[in-house]
Design a protein around this ligand. Structure first.
Ligand SMILES: O=C(O)CCC(=O)C(=O)O
Ligand SMILES: [Fe+2]
Length: 262
């Protein structure tokens, strides 16, 4: 295999293995959710009305997503107790909202397909029996270069012990232009930190300009997986509010099981 984007009918252990080991750049899994369910989900999620809630809460120039439903570990890395308290509420509200709108939970669909092929346990990450939040919905207009890596993002958290990390996203809607997921063959390492212009965010692409790179333009209903430890970004979209996705991380632990969080 070469470090490139591959397309599959269904997830398999060997392709997921290749991605965890950074032998392939990304996995496209088209038709994970049908177009009608994507459209219905988008309408129902927007009707909830609290998008854009986090706007302005991030540093100037950080090009935040326009909005999201759910929480991330990264934004709470300084306060673990507060995170697990927020996670409880966020998990309950997420479940209740999907149920009320009669929407399939994409996180469950994803875990089902992954668990069906993976030889070891697959489940939501926990710290002392407390579950992490997983399956954040995001409206993205642009994301600057960054890497998502549990050992760096969660020292003292359970996700610290992951040995490889993927990200997956399912796209409910996509923009006319832009919104490509760009991934470099450059797994996070300590020495790249001097190139971060914000804490763990907005890394100067000059630091890895000489590495291989792919650009994935997602389609509606498609699942895209990539190695989240690699430097990645989302190019600016043509229209704000067009790129609606849901996703999480998947980390491989020392015993081969996969743990899931956002
Ligand atoms: O929206 C995407 O395509 C990728 C966003 C991202 O940075 C991630 O899922 O870690
Ligand atoms: Fe990311």
């Amino acid at each position: 295999v070469s470090w490139n984007v591959i397309e599959v009918d269904r997830l398999s252990a060997s392709t997921v293995r290749d991605l965890l080991d950074n032998r392939v750049a990304a996995i496209r899994r088209p038709g994970f959710l049908d177009a009608e369910t994507c459209a219905r989900s988008r309408t129902a999620l927007f009707a909830l009305g609290d998008w854009g809630h986090y706007e302005g809460a991030v540093p100037e120039g950080a090009a935040p997503p326009l909005g999201r439903l759910g929480i991330t570990q990264y934004e709470h890395h300084g306060d673990k107790a507060m995170y697990f308290q927020s996670a409880r509420a966020a998990i309950a509200s997420r479940r209740q909202r999907l149920q009320a709108a009669d929407l399939p939970d994409p996180l469950h669909l994803f875990i089902d397909e992954l668990a069906a092929c993976w030889p070891s346990r697959v489940g939501v990450a926990e710290d002392d029996g407390q579950p992490y939040f997983a399956g954040v919905f995001r409206l993205t207009s642009e994301t600057l270069f960054h890497a998502d890596w549990g050992p760096r993002d969660g020292p003292g958290w359970d996700i610290e012990r992951v040995q490889a990390q993927l990200g997956w996203n399912l796209y409910y809607s996509v923009p006319e232009a832009g919104g490509d997921l760009i991934v470099h063959d450059y797994p996070w390492r300590q020495e790249v930190e001097v190139h971060a212009r914000l804490p763990f965010y907005d890394y100067d692409p000059a630091a890895f300009a000489d590495t291989d790179r792919v650009a994935v333009r997602p389609n509606v209903g498609e699942l895209v997986l990539f190695n989240a430890r690699n430097m990645h970004a989302v190019s600016r979209t043509s229209g704000a509010g067009d790129r609606l996705s849901v996703g999480s991380f998947v980390g491989e632990t020392d015993d081969g099981s996969l743990i899931i969080w956002s």
